[in-house]
Design a protein. Structure first.
Length: 160
């Protein structure tokens, strides 16, 4: 058999005995006591200041890693234009992509040397932080720098 709990609160008053919401005098409503409802999703986290300082230091190091990779991508893309000038055709493309991968692995080694204290579940952030931006900015800077340096080489190009 199911057990039922007994009510411990008083029954609600009848409509005749409850206070009217609108007064009879000037027509101003009576304001009853209200309870504030707190939304726990907007409350600040209950972490200690030490944990917040560690998180902020970790976030600063991850941001530093991101921007380091952005600068590396742009500079390596421009450098690629001049390093592989002597190579022609498909070999130039593959050499450039290989150079991009080598520079990225170098950034992983530097990231490991930054001594970031990441949880075991976030270890892959050393590799994945800014990888998409790195690849696309590398390719973009390589294409733009190559185009600008070889602009006058084609007969239909604009001579600067």
């Amino acid at each position: 058999m199911a057990k039922f709990k007994t009510k411990k609160s008083e029954p609600t008053p009848e409509p005749e005995t409850s206070k009217p919401k609108i007064g009879d005098d000037i027509g101003t409503p009576e304001i009853g006591e209200s309870t504030s409802v707190s939304d726990s999703s907007n409350d600040p986290p209950k972490d200690s200041p030490i944990d917040q300082a560690k998180k902020s230091a970790k976030d600063k190091k991850l941001a530093k890693l991101f921007w380091m990779r952005i600068v590396l991508a742009i500079s390596a893309g421009v450098i690629t234009t001049f390093i592989f000038e002597d190579i022609e055709g498909e070999e130039r493309r593959w050499a450039s992509i290989g150079f991009m991968i080598i520079v990225f692995f170098g950034s992983i080694i530097v990231a490991k040397g930054m001594k970031m204290e990441l949880p075991h579940s976030d270890r892959k952030k050393l590799v994945t932080q800014g990888i998409g931006s790195y690849v696309f900015l590398y390719l973009f800077s390589w294409i733009v720098s190559y185009t600008l340096t070889h602009l006058g080489d084609t007969p239909t190009g604009i001579n600067l």
